[in-house]
Design a protein around this ligand. Structure first.
Ligand code: ADP
Ligand code: ZN
Ligand code: ZN
Length: 727
């Protein structure tokens, strides 16, 4: 029998020099209990300072002289379960390799901090009134337009009971509303000790929908691929409301019936109460939810319940990927194009890539879904690497909204200097008359200084890379972020000679002010980074709007996601072009996605909706195709462009960024990188190297940033460059 006498341990210190395992002796009392993945205390360094570390391997021998090896002081989490997870460790090491982080940050990403299970207080809301009483009361609330009360009652009539927090957070119901229903004896609120299951409640009644033939063939396709032992990756491209979620649920049911488990990834902000209810309806308390409001301990408990086989399905944002199911069968990724799937901190992993890797190891299927798939995914589907499924019609009889494009250059010519076109103004008046709601979406993604002409729509672009130049520094000189091309500030439009050429600066506050002037009777809510700094302000604003306490909601991208407001019949998109001119090769793709999503907010109820897109570039293909909601046409045009200019996914691209507080040193280093790559670049066909250039954010916290890009059709070549540059 081999004995675990030695352990290799990664120390919890973020320093690259220490980013390798150190060998320690396992004390006798820990030998039978220690497992790979455990956290332990160890003496480290000259003074034997106590540190924390992760056990990454266990061995019965050691190549060092025995008297040089220190001994583990003890376990960090003696009473908690074991991570026992070679799988997680392997994943952490893959993440470290692939995304270039340290082992310790990768480990911390993959293995949640263990806390012993402590019961916590939990509030639950339960329906007390009988069915017919409740139904009668509901009609009363609906007649009186007490929307919040009606919604709460209706929700509880469907499921019987719900966690308090879920009702306040996801259903946008406030405490006074709950109190008033409690007083009326319709509901009761109970407090109990719970094992920190964030969701609970009996199985909701489900309407068993008959799947459409298209839906059926997708469910069958994915499950038979799974059964064939070659599950692979499938991409489901389906317009909003085409029944994608229903397909996910049925496929997951099939996977669960086969004794396997499922991870359902959703961009956090898009997880609606309705979606949750549908999952509870099908999986009852065998489903759990993970989100950022859970504490570390609660998160760990979810992982623990998954490990013990208490749940079959977990719904959550990208961190739900690391749920240690015993026999994972599928990872579903809704809205797979979403930016939030990319981790912005180290390790900068992309959930899609990690999902595909995990699934490969676990022989599980991956199902990606979106109304506007990322170009990468659609490209892979076209190349046969992913299986492609499509859903092209809405199943509820709802119509797609009508989209009107207004040309803001023409408005300026006609003497309209305001930020609203005539068409939008008259429609806002009309909705105010009818008591319907309006969303005004200000596309602010591109606020970092692209420069364009308000008379003719001309945008200053890089002559080499065809992306917009952006303003930098006090003198407002213009820079290309790819090749480094730079030119002095532009004062007069080179196209038409107009002096109305400048960077866009208007913000949501300005829009709100303007509305109040032009439509004094309108009740306006504003949602942007400034009004949502407090923890629950985001939910509060949405709650007010869905309770019809305002007529117009003004906001940035955060308002276009997921939420359904049936009373919204008009969506205005202001400055649709802004995101076209961010100086990024993906600008058109992002614009198309944003506009398509924003347009999807209109007319989710019974009344057909309208969308007004205001733009200076009415002929731009991203705007035209978004107005027609024609993904395929957009994809084709966009791919032509990517091929022509050698951008991903047609080509692979490696960005090398240098940060240094000393500008000269930063510049020298990036020049060295360029020289090194030019030197290595000998095998035909040659890689294309561009730059160096100032980075998008060229100076952050007094550190100068420069970038240089390497493009090649072969991914492996880029990985080689990366490894050589790093060493
Ligand atoms: P998506 O996820 O593509 O937006 P959903 O699955 O949420 O689409 O479906 C949109 C609406 O259509 C939901 O109200 C859902 O209940 C309904 N629906 C889905 N599939 C069917 C079906 N086969 N028959 C009738 N209604 C359906
Ligand atoms: Zn001009
Ligand atoms: Zn350029």
């Amino acid at each position: 029998m081999t004995e675990n006498i030695y352990a290799d341990i990664i120390i919890d210190i973020s320093h690259e020099r220490l980013d390798h395992p150190f060998t320690y002796r396992v004390p006798v009392e820990m030998r039978s209990s220690v497992r790979v993945g455990d956290r332990v205390f160890i003496p480290f360094g000259k003074g034997d300072t106590m540190r924390m570390g992760y056990v990454v391997a266990l061995r019965d021998s050691c190549s060092y002289p025995a008297d040089k090896v220190k001994t583990i002081a003890g376990p960090c989490d003696p009473n908690a379960g074991h991570n026992e997870n070679e799988r997680a460790l392997r994943l952490a090491l893959w993440i470290k390799e692939h995304y270039g982080s340290t082992a310790i940050t990768a480990l911390k990403t993959v293995l949640p901090i263990r806390k012993s299970v402590r019961p916590e207080e939990k509030k639950t809301i339960r329906l007390r009134a009988g069915r017919s009483d409740a139904a009668e009361r509901l009609r009363f609330y609906q007649q009186k337009h007490q929307v919040a009360r009606a919604r709460l009652l209706e929700g509880l009539m469907e499921v019987g009971e719900q966690p308090y927090s879920l009702v306040t957070d996801k259903l946008h119901i406030t405490t006074p509303t709950i109190k008033s229903l409690e007083k009326a004896g319709l509901i009761e609120v109970s407090i109990e000790q719970s094992l920190r299951n964030p969701v609970k409640g009996g199985k909701a009644e489900v309407k068993e929908l008959n799947l459409s033939p298209e839906q059926q063939s997708i469910v069958k396709g994915v499950l038979s691929d799974f059964d064939s032992g070659n599950p692979g990756v499938s991409l489901l491209h389906g317009i909003t409301g085409s029944g994608k979620t229903e397909v996910y649920i049925r496929i997951i049911e099939g996977i669960v019936a086969r004794g396997r488990q499922a991870i359902m990834l959703i961009p956090e902000i898009a997880l609606t109460y309705q979606t949750l209810l549908r999952f509870y309806g099908h999986f009852g308390d065998r489903v759990s939810v993970m989100n950022s409001t859970l504490s570390e301990g609660e998160k760990f408990d979810q992982y623990e319940r998954a490990r013990r086989g208490e749940i079959d399905v977990i719904i959550g944002p990208r961190s739900a990927l690391f749920t240690p199911f015993p026999a994972l069968g599928i990872i579903v990724m809704d809205e797979e194009h979403e930016g939030s799937y990319k981790n912005e901190n180290m390790p900068k992993y992309h959930a899609r890539e990690v999902a595909i890797k995990i699934a490969e190891w676990d022989h599980a299927a991956v199902l990606l879904g979106s109304a506007t798939p990322s170009l990468e995914s659609y490209y892979q589907a076209e190349n046969g690497e992913f299986r492609l499924y499509e859903l092209n019609r809405r199943l509820t009889g709802e119509n797609l909204p009508e989209v009107i494009i207004t040309d803001m250059r023409a408005e300026l010519k006609a003497g309209n200097r305001s930020i609203f076109s005539e068409q939008l103004q008259t429609r806002i008046e009309d909705r105010l008359d009818k008591g319907e709601q309006v969303i005004l979406f200000l596309n602010r993604r591109g606020i970092v200084g692209s420069v364009s002409c308000r008379s003719c729509g001309y945008v200053v672009k890089c002559p080499h890379c065809d992306v917009s130049l952006t303003e930098h520094g006090r003198d407002r000189h213009l820079v290309c972020h790819y090749c480094g091309f730079s030119m002095p500030a532009v004062k007069i439009c080179p196209e038409c000679g107009s002096k109305y050429i400048a960077g866009f600066r208007a913000g949501t506050e300005k829009v709100e002010e303007n509305i109040k002037q032009m439509f004094p009777r309108a009740r306006v809510l504003r949602m942007d980074a400034d009004t949502t700094t407090k923890k629950d302000s985001y939910e509060k604003i949405l709650s007010k709007f869905s309770n019809e306490e305002a007529d117009i909601l003004v906001g940035t991208q955060m308002i276009v996601k997921g939420h359904d407001f049936p009373k919204v019949t008009l969506v205005g998109i202001l400055m649709a072009d802004l995101s076209l001119n961010t100086g990024d090769y993906r600008a058109a793709e992002r614009t198309f996605q944003l506009l398509t999503q924003a347009a999807g907010r209109a007319g989710r109820g019974s009344v057909k909706g309208e969308v007004v897109i205001q733009t200076y570039e009415p002929d731009n293909y991203a705007i035209r195709q978004a107005a027609k909601q024609d993904y395929k046409a957009f994809y084709n045009e966009e791919m032509e462009y990517r091929k022509l200019l050698m951008y991903p996914p047609a080509y692979h691209m490696l960005a090398v960024q240098v940060k240094d507080p000393d500008e000269n040193r930063a510049l020298n280093t990036i020049n060295d990188v360029r020289m090194f790559v030019d030197d290595e670049n000998k095998t035909e066909p040659l890689s294309t190297v561009i730059g160096p250039s100032e980075a998008q954010l060229s100076k952050v916290r007094d550190s100068y940033r420069y970038v240089c890009y390497i493009k090649d059709e072969k991914y492996d070549k880029l990985v080689q460059y990366k490894d050589r540059i790093e060493s």
